[in-house]
Design a protein around this ligand. Structure first.
Ligand code: SF4
Length: 336
């Protein structure tokens, strides 16, 4: 898949098969889908998306997101997977991705997924701190994560691990502990989701009673920056930071409180750039500085609403100019 562009066709499976009620979760709001799904829907979604994708040099996975896929009634699971598998057989897509809970993984389940052409499994870990898992009513412990990962690694699946920040009883130290544990499990990729307070969840009740205080945007960005750097240093790509902004996942939709920002990842990556720029300018005597970055990363280096330029001027009195250079690697910066 090396030179091919990767595309996911998202198929949302709302709350199906999940008897749990994690305090932060209302899958119907998070996925924006209220109805159950059929094999005909799967085929329709795949057909619709395929029309929008380039014909060549692509790697496409049908991605069953939301809910706990392997907890869905097996007959329906097979129907949905079967509908997607037809597209693997006729060469229109390359694989299937599912997301599920660590305690819904067994040999029998994995065999079934393999037989239907599933290529990638994402586990919602959320935290490896027992008290955080308990306070979030996850209904599983960290040992279930370790067992599930061990089992999945006996199969040729790609493995993704998802973690959250700012859960009840969570602290930055516990998030760093979780990230270290996940890194030790050597997933192929990770996702990081700062906790948002979503309508009609237990967390909303706790928030309204003053029993839960969400992370501020600055706190979440600063912590996610540390986590991103930890995963990056371990060569584990972080494929997503924060939930995708949709009609539902927005302050005008179902988000009641929490560190929501429509360009959250960009804030995190800009903050990484700020630290690099600050370090590069240590001892810089001139009142003007020109730095070069990869030409596709100029906006990240400049920061949201020119935040990095403003902060450097405010903190150091230096007028910063940022220019693009096609030769520089992403993340690299040089002082001209
Ligand atoms: S296990 Fe997943 S789908 Fe079920 S309530 Fe928790 S977060 Fe939601």
């Amino acid at each position: 898949m090396s030179d091919r562009r990767v595309f996911n066709i998202p198929i949302f499976v709302p709350h199906l098969g999940c008897p749990f009620d994690c305090v932060f979760c209302n899958q119907k709001h998070i996925t924006g889908t209220q109805n159950t799904i059929t094999s005909a829907d799967v085929a329709k979604i795949i057909e619709t998306h395929l029309k929008t994708l380039p014909e060549k040099d692509r790697y496409v996975e049908a991605a069953f997101f939301g809910g706990s896929f392997t907890g869905v009634d097996k007959k329906l699971q097979c129907e949905l997977l079967g509908a997607a598998y037809e597209y693997i057989k006729n060469g229109k897509i390359d694989g299937i991705r599912i997301s599920t809970r660590p305690d819904y993984v067994s040999e029998e389940i994995l065999e079934n997924l393999k037989n239907y052409g599933v290529t990638t499994i994402e586990l919602g870990v959320q935290s490896m701190a027992e008290d955080v898992l308990a306070a979030s009513c996850r209904g599983h412990g960290s040992v279930d994560v370790e067992k599930a990962v061990c089992l999945i690694k006996q199969y040729p699946f790609q493995l993704g691990l998802q973690m959250m920040t700012g859960l009840p009883k969570d602290t930055p130290e516990k998030s760093i502990f979780t990230a270290n544990k996940l890194i030790a499990l050597k997933p192929d990729f990770a996702r990081i989701y700062p906790t948002l307070v979503v309508k009609d969840t237990y967390l909303e009740k706790q928030y309204k009673k003053g029993e839960y205080i969400p992370q501020t945007l600055d706190e979440a960005v600063s912590l996610c920056k540390k986590l991103l750097l930890m995963f990056s240093e371990a060569n584990i790509p972080v494929v997503r930071i924060a939930l995708m902004t949709t009609k539902e996942i927005s302050p005008n939709g179902s988000v009641v409180a929490g560190p929501f920002h429509s360009s959250f990842r960009e804030l995190v990556e800009s903050s990484v750039y700020y630290d690099k720029i600050e370090k590069l300018l240590q001892g810089h005597k001139n009142k003007v500085a020109v730095i070069k970055v990869n030409e596709k990363e100029i906006s990240k280096a400049v920061g949201n609403k020119r935040e990095n330029i403003r902060k450097i001027y405010k903190n150091y009195g230096i007028r910063l100019k940022i220019q693009g250079n096609p030769i520089l690697k992403k993340g690299e910066i040089v002082l001209v």
